[in-house]
Design a protein around this ligand. Structure first.
Ligand code: BGP
Length: 494
């Protein structure tokens, strides 16, 4: 066994980290457009303004549930004196032809990108869609079609119309189910024949650790997160239903941030901790892909007095229109223990863990794990038996342009080589049904966790720095030529 003939090799991006042009052609303000740049040490911030008093300020972005201190009467706002990475990013908006050509040169079969909801419905609740926004993505899809590159489209990748946060409180409001589904139907109808693979919410389980990024919620409580998750599940089911009705070729998948967690010690208490942590993220796929609420979550809600605003039809929808496939991101593994005092910690973009002495870490604390994809694929396959798709994996690093104008990135090749090998084992040895592999940030873009430009993932370097300066020139890195060879040999020549 090896990768299928039509295995979807390619790369992945997200609108707010890549497109720039944040206020062009009628686009509205999105929740990502009020998030400043940060760094590994300093969290990104959501800036705010009190419309009555004119007072301004900020709150750190990734706050735990019940921890955010967003002032009452204030609204998220763009302020002078701050740098917002999404405003410029690496300007795919004006470079899409050039970028897609580079993807084609590498032999991409697939390109994962997201539609920015605010290009289509600038306020989320507008009567009519914005034609200029619709046209932009149409041109992108037509360009991809020219090169036979299959788009994989995320409908909401860590952004939503800011107006929906201000007016409705984000995803904790059931009204969002209707507004999202209307947006999904609009684009699915418009791009029928151009797009057949769709994802609803990027890393839906990020609701657990960033209610704002994943749900547009300010000051989220556990009750809000539970409700937002429920609303997103129902919206996903309705999107699957609409997708199938609009075009039988459509396949609508789930997107999960896979948490590969290992116990740090053989104390059984560590194993139980791992099980509980895995539950808190697998809950999202148990519902969206598995089609039902798992008992451990029902019991947890009961214990904690969480009550959902739901109705019996919701559960019929979840069952009948579960995701067609399960896609996920997976960069590294984490390690955990109840004996925190015995272990050193390491980073991650939103959640930190315990350092695994067997693995090497990047500058941002992400550990390279040569077995993680095989492990992830097996866990998910055993649980759901639905086709799987790796839609994010890669290495963020500080690349340097050398005197010869080139970028030598052997560390990236090493990382990808070991990860692709692990994924290959899951297919060859374990017989798992895998649809494709999309390397994250295939053309350099800004980091979601820190907002930095200098944390680069791409096969293609983009000349832009953390202050937004640079010519935007695109330069293929050494890994570009390596990946071309991997695709050409369908994963045999690593
Ligand atoms: C995932 C997100 C992406 C992406 C990636 C890398 O969690 O879906 O948007 O950016 O992580 O993380 P970072 O950009 O923080 O390095």
């Amino acid at each position: 066994m090896s990768f299928k003939k039509d295995f979807l090799w390619g790369g992945a991006t997200a609108a707010n980290q890549y497109e720039g042009a944040f206020d062009v052609d009628g686009k509205g303000l999105s929740s990502a457009d009020v998030v400043t740049q940060g760094s590994y040490e300093n969290p990104r911030k959501i800036t705010w303004k009190n419309p009555k008093t004119g007072e301004t300020g900020y709150v750190p972005l990734s706050m735990d549930v019940d921890q955010m201190n967003f002032p009452e009467n204030a609204v998220p706002a763009v302020l002078d004196g701050y740098y917002y990475p999404s405003h410029k990013a690496t300007d795919f908006y004006h470079h899409y032809r050039e970028d897609i050509k580079l993807m084609a040169e590498m032999g991409f079969k697939c390109f994962r990108m997201s539609i920015n909801w605010t290009r289509i419905f600038p306020n989320g609740d507008d009567e009519e869609p914005n034609e200029k926004g619709l046209k932009f993505y149409q041109s992108v899809f037509e360009e991809l079609q020219k090169y036979h590159i299959e788009p994989l489209v995320t409908l909401s990748h860590y952004e939503m119309p800011l107006n929906l946060t201000i007016k409705y409180g984000g995803w904790k409001n059931r009204k969002l189910i209707y507004l999202f589904t209307r947006y999904a139907e609009t684009v699915m109808k418009r791009y029928k024949g151009l797009v057949k693979y769709w994802l609803t919410f990027n890393e839906i389980n990020a609701l657990n650790f960033s209610g704002y990024m994943a749900g547009g919620i300010l000051n989220p409580t556990s009750q809000d997160i539970a409700q937002a998750a429920h609303n997103q599940f129902v919206a996903s089911a309705l999107t699957v239903k609409a997708g199938h009705e609009i075009d039988p070729y459509n396949q609508v998948g789930q997107m999960l941030a896979f948490t590969a967690e290992y116990p740090y010690t053989c104390d059984p208490a560590d194993q139980i901790k791992v099980m509980n942590d895995m539950h808190s993220s697998l809950f999202y796929s148990d519902v969206q892909t598995g089609g039902r609420y798992p008992e451990y979550k029902i019991a947890e809600y009961k214990r904690n007095g969480i009550k959902l605003d739901d109705c019996p039809e919701d559960y019929d929808l979840l069952k009948e229109y579960s995701a067609d496939f399960l896609s996920f991101s997976c960069y590294s593994s984490s390690t955990t223990t109840v004996h925190k005092d015995q272990a050193a910690t390491t980073g991650g973009n939103f959640v930190a863990g315990v350092k695994n002495p067997y693995l090497k870490s990047s500058e941002w604390g992400w550990q390279t794990d040569p077995c993680v994809l095989r492990y992830a694929l097996n866990v998910l396959w055993d649980r759901y038996h639905k086709p799987l798709w790796i839609v994010e994996n890669g290495l963020g690093a500080r690349d340097q342009v050398t005197e010869d104008g080139k970028i030598h990135d052997p560390y990236r090749i090493d990382y990808l080589q070991s990860n692709i090998k692990s994924m290959k084992e899951a297919v060859d040895i374990d017989g798992i049904d895998l649809m494709g592999y999309e390397m994250w940030g295939c053309i350099d873009l800004v980091s979601a966790g820190t907002g930095e430009m200098s944390k680069r993932y791409g096969f293609v370097y983009v000349d832009r720095d953390d202050q937004g300066n640079g010519s935007l020139k695109r330069i293929p890195k050494d890994s570009f030529y390596w990946y071309k060879k991997v695709i050409a040999s369908n994963g045999e020549d690593l």
